[in-house]
Design a protein around this ligand. Structure first.
Ligand SMILES: Cc1cc2nc3c(=O)[nH]c(=O)nc-3n(C[C@H](O)[C@H](O)[C@H](O)COP(=O)(O)OP(=O)(O)OC[C@H]3O[C@@H](n4cnc5c(N)ncnc54)[C@H](O)[C@@H]3O)c2cc1C
Length: 639
């Protein structure tokens, strides 16, 4: 058994050296987090990593997202295992007008709005626990055959359920981003369709009895004939996908929508459409990308605007209805403009940094930011009024002085195994809501309970570099849904040419592939599934991810000549245990009165401390992160 397994691992290429695999994996990091985390006041002389030559986190591979080293101090604070040495925290003697906790889009936007109001001389410090700024807006950069290829490590698109507000659109515009114009100039060029590549489904033998990749649309008889589904299941899929049957006869559109909002899509399929239960696994994960849970935990009404089958005979009036989730309701009403940079919304974060710290991000246009190489040692310089300090986890934020005094807010943070205390007139917490009760135990109990309610959605964006994409070409696919596999979707990196950046367009060139996993546990409430998934992510080692990736790609693509041991050249696992902001779920959450929802209670200002982040909007989108930053700054400075 042992020998057979090692032979299999060798054939997958597990022993091979790929680009800079992390030495500390998820398990080791979790063990670190579980034990006491001593933090000492100590040697101040060592240069911070971001100031060292060659520091460039976008180029790191291995375990990224919540990478080892980014969360241990926060978890030790949560677990009460955080030890302080007898020595007091270092006081570098710095005073700021504003300290921002969290260097994601919301934190960077808060700094931008504050500076716009107070003036360019406003002294601002942004702290973030990761080794790179941007929060979820992270960039993964690969050097493949001498060429840089880019992909997003987290948030991808300027694409939201609602039109961007005047504030959010105004910020984009000030940064030089005109999403509508950019979409026209740089929209995808149809490279994959021109090569005959389309979508397919991978049926795995553990779920469906046989490994089979089938190209085409679920509704077509030719597609169904090639699947390992039973005859009955094929018939039921075809009926579900194509027949305009009204499964709620006698009800008005509004009554149907009300009914659909109270039943999961899974139960709708089983109880009203009456599909054979063997059909369910084919659809179970269709909702993973949008919600991070399967169809057991998303209402039938919420999946309707996304074009899932079974509604074509119901004749529902277009548009949103009461009891829809934020995402579904917004997209039912049309959504926002759509555009993405090659590195996703990391380009927005880079443009924000360019505007906050002159000289930090070379170039001057929205096009040249894509290929700019940032000098990270420019981010935290004494001579700059705005500074970004990475690898710095805030552990305590308190009200320590009167009114608008310079010492009104006191922030203690850990960095390089040391504790530091810094003071400011104001503080914006642009970090995750769930962390705030640990940071600010002084907050009222009701506010802390509300902040804890907002359990973020865990998910993983795995980016894999391949020597070429000849196997995809041979099989005629560019995007594959994988209803039973470890990663539930696999797709070639969308083509995005902007400025001097060019995506690969020939199948014999290297390429990046995106695989998505959303760990969830069907049958539980959405928030419980997220809690379980988060635990899973933090205890899964990079080696486990790597084996699953190689095994899945090998099984899906070997008929096209793919060899995981030879064709995979690098892997980056962007792990986000605290991913999308929680948006209430009509199946599990009460219908809150205005002002009574947890995010509204949770984001209340507390003296010199205001609260931003997309969590404060209960909406997992860039525009929400920007709007909340603006609100938080307005609360501190008044309009
Ligand atoms: C995988 C993924 C894909 C997404 N795709 C899209 C998309 O396509 N379009 C879209 O609009 N939105 C998308 N989102 C949603 C995304 O969360 C928001 O758009 C937005 O980027 C959130 O920004 P934020 O600043 O509010 O939060 P974050 O980006 O989470 O930033 C908060 C920062 O605070 C830091 N922090 C937390 N605690 C502390 C502490 N104690 N001390 C210091 N720092 C701390 C965090 O580590 C983080 O870096 C996606 C999210 C994920 C995870």
């Amino acid at each position: 058994m042992g020998e057979r397994r090692s032979e299999r691992l060798r054939s997958l290429g597990m022993g091979k050296l790929i680009t800079r695999r992390d030495f500390i994996d998820g398990v080791a990091a979790a063990a670190l987090a579980a034990g006491p985390a001593p933090v000492f006041a100590g040697d101040e002389a060592a240069a911070a990593p971001q100031d060292r030559p060659g520091y460039y986190p976008p180029a790191l591979a291995g375990m990224r997202g919540s990478h080892p080293g980014s969360f241990e101090a926060a978890h030790a604070l949560r677990d009460g295992t955080f030890l302080r040495s007898g020595a007091p925290p270092i006081e570098p003697g710095e005073h700021f007008d504003l300290i921002v906790v969290g260097g994601g889009i919301s934190g960077l936007a808060a700094a931008y709005f504050y500076r716009a109001k107070v003036g360019a001389a406003a002294r601002i410090l942004i702290l973030d626990n990761h080794d790179d700024f941007g929060g979820h807006a992270k960039r993964n950069e690969f050097a493949l055959a001498g060429k840089i290829q880019l992909i997003n490590g987290g948030t991808l698109g300027i694409d939201s359920p609602r039109p961007y507000s005047a504030v959010a659109a105004g910020l984009l515009s000030a940064l030089g981003i005109d999403p509508a114009a950019l979409a026209v100039r740089h929209s995808e060029k149809g490279v994959y369709p021109a090569l005959g590549l389309g979508s397919g489904i991978f049926f795995d033998k553990e779920t469906f009895g046989a490994d089979r990749l089938v190209k085409g649309k679920t509704s077509s008889p030719e597609f169904l004939k090639q699947t390992p589904l039973s005859e009955a299941a094929r018939r039921h899929v075809r009926r579900l996908e194509t027949e305009p049957i009204d499964y709620l006869p006698g009800l008005s559109s509004a009554e149907k929508k009300a009914r659909l909002s109270r039943i999961s899509y899974r139960d709708y399929l089983l109880q009203l459409v009456k599909v054979d239960p063997s059909v369910i696994p084919l659809y179970q994960r269709c909702t993973h990308g949008e919600w991070g849970v399967g169809i057991d935990a998303v209402s039938a009404l919420d999946v309707w605007p996304f074009g899932l089958p079974g509604f074509q005979g119901l004749k529902l009036d277009p548009g949103s209805a009461p009891h829809m989730g934020y995402t579904a309701a917004g997209y039912a009403d049309g959504g926002s403009y759509k555009f993405h940079f090659p590195d996703g919304n990391a380009s927005i974060a880079r443009l924000l940094v360019r505007s906050l710290i002159p000289g930090a991000v070379p170039g001057s246009t929205v096009e040249d930011v894509v290929t700019a190489r940032i000098d990270y040692s420019g981010l935290d310089r004494t001579e700059n009024s705005t500074r970004i300090r990475l690898g710095s986890t805030a552990l305590s934020v308190g009200v320590s002085g009167p009114g608008e005094s310079i010492g009104a807010a006191e922030v203690v943070y850990s960095r390089m195994s040391r504790l530091c205390t810094t003071r400011a007139k104001h503080c914006v917490l642009a970090c995750w809501s769930i962390m705030i009760p640990y940071l600010c135990p002084q907050l009222p109990e009701r506010q802390k309970a509300s902040l804890r309610y907002l359990v973020k959605v865990p998910l993983v964006y795995t980016n894999v570099a391949l020597r070429n994409w000849l196997a995809f070409q041979a099989l005629g696919v560019s995007a594959i849904h994988c209803p039973g596999s470890y990663h539930s979707s696999v797709r070639l990196n969308p083509v995005s040419d902007i400025g001097s950046y060019r995506s690969p367009n020939s199948p014999d060139e290297p390429i990046l592939v995106r695989m998505v996993r959303t760990p969830c546990y069907p049958g539980m409430s959405e928030r419980d599934q997220h809690r379980m998934g988060r635990g899973e992510l933090l205890t899964t080692s990079f080696a486990v991810f790597e084996e699953k990736i190689r095994d899945q790609l090998g099984r899906m693509l070997s008929a096209g000549g793919f060899d995981p041991a030879h064709d995979i050249t690098a892997i980056t696992v962007n792990r986000w245990p605290h991913g999308y902001a929680y948006e209430y779920n009509p199946l599990f959450d009460p219908n809150w009165q205005k002002g009574e929802a947890p995010h509204e209670i949770g984001r209340a200002r507390f003296g010199p401390i205001a609260i931003a982040n997309s969590d404060a909007a209960a909406a997992a989108y860039t525009d929400a992160a920007i709007d909340q930053a603006h609100r938080a700054v307005e609360e501190l400075l008044g309009s």
